[in-house]
Design a binder for this molecule. Structure first.
Ligand SMILES: Cc1cc2nc3c(=O)[nH]c(=O)nc-3n(C[C@H](O)[C@H](O)[C@H](O)COP(=O)(O)OP(=O)(O)OC[C@H]3O[C@@H](n4cnc5c(N)ncnc54)[C@H](O)[C@@H]3O)c2cc1C
Length: 321
């Protein structure tokens, strides 16, 4: 039997964007529901040390920060649903979201905060070395490798930007690319080639993340030259996989306007999507910054935009009586 839940505002996703949207919406009296998805707390629950979220002088733990955000959201009146949404109908009013558990959510307004996931190479040794030297975010983790040798894997804008960023911390950055030329914009390539701290290894793919020591940590990458088949090792303590991100937008593909990379398009300076009453926040609409604090910032914006939208709907309904 279908269980039906009605709400003025549904927030899809429980990362920093979703919980911040919920905190603002609950304090505005909207009694939001956060639908957590299969990763309650979002991406930060997959990391340990967080040193750049404002307000904490000491290093904090990602999972702890997300527990605090959830507790704050609940404290101000947010309901939490442990459910994963498998289909949405944004053509109906209220919007309809169907959960895996059989619940149907009817929402007057919707904040989408489903995030994005970094793409990885898919090697078992890469999986094993996550948190031990393998990372997908130089802005997040680069600081932990100051003064150490690091490598970046990829050849697009993100890879080049990550390599350039890492030179703030390391004097020895190796960029490993599968081809003999980069896809990155020319201006970024010029900066990369001019930077003496960066060495480029062409036509090569990583075949193994190599660990060592106790506790185990990354000591190098084994790479294969795609022309000769020769395997060699690059010594490094940090390896940053920068081959792109995948926004979680499969649910909305044919209903909402997405950009060429699949991110939800929003009107500049707002969180308004192509459908009135549907707002997007966090990594699902931001392919540039992708940080917890920027996700929280746009989550706040989405709640304020949703509150304004719901107030205007109520005013119109009253005027029509
Ligand atoms: C290993 C790692 C370390 C990081 N370190 C830092 C750091 O030190 N500092 C920093 O600022 N940033 C860091 N980041 C980046 C930061 O985690 C992200 O920018 C931030 O989490 C994005 O927040 P978000 O709310 O947009 O989405 P996410 O955190 O990605 O959350 C998405 C949410 O959507 C839910 N969801 C998805 N699909 C559905 C669905 N169909 N139904 C219901 N729910 C759904 C998921 O369950 C999840 O709760 C790190 C990221 C990673 C991966």
């Amino acid at each position: 039997m279908t269980n039906s839940v009605s709400t003025r505002l549904a927030v899809l996703g429980s990362g920093p964007a979703g919980y911040t949207a919920a905190i603002y919406a609950a304090r505005a009296g909207l009694s939001p529901i956060v639908i957590q998805g299969i990763q309650p707390g979002g991406q930060l629950t997959t990391t340990t040390d967080v040193e750049n979220y404002p307000g904490f002088r000491d290093v904090i733990q990602g999972p702890w920060l997300m527990e605090e955000m959830q507790a704050q959201a609940e404290h101000v009146g947010t309901k939490i649903a442990w459910d994963h949404i498998s289909s949405v109908d944004l053509s109906r009013r209220p919007f309809v979201l169907k959960g895996d558990g059989g619940t149907e959510y009817h929402a007057d307004a919707l904040v989408i905060a489903t995030g994005a996931q970094a793409k990885w190479l898919g090697l078992p040794s890469e999986e094993h070395m996550k948190g031990r030297g393998a990372s997908a975010c130089a802005t997040c983790d680069g600081f932990f490798y100051r003064g150490k040798k690091v490598a970046v894997i990829g050849g697009g804008n993100t890879a080049v930007e990550e390599a350039l960023y890492l030179t703030n911390h390391s004097h020895d950055v190796t960029l490993i690319h599968r081809r003999d030329s980069l896809r990155a914009e020319k201006i970024l390539q010029d900066r990369l080639f001019a930077n003496e701290k960066i060495n480029i290894v062409w036509d090569s793919e990583v075949v193994e993340f190599v660990g060592g020591g106790d506790p185990e940590a990354l000591v190098g990458l084994d790479i294969r030259n795609r022309n000769t088949g020769e395997i060699s090792r690059i010594e490094c303590e940090g390896a940053f996989v920068a081959i792109g991100h995948k926004p979680a937008t499969e649910l909305f593909g044919s209903q909402l306007e997405l950009d060429e990379d699949g991110y939800i398009k929003v009107e500049t300076g707002t969180t308004n999507t192509s459908i009135e009453g549907v707002f997007a926040a966090g990594d699902v609409m931001d392919k540039t910054y992708r940080q917890a604090v920027t996700a929280a910032g746009t989550g706040c914006m989405a709640a304020l935009d949703a509150e304004k939208y719901l107030a205007s709907m109520e005013y119109e309904a009253l005027a029509a009586e």
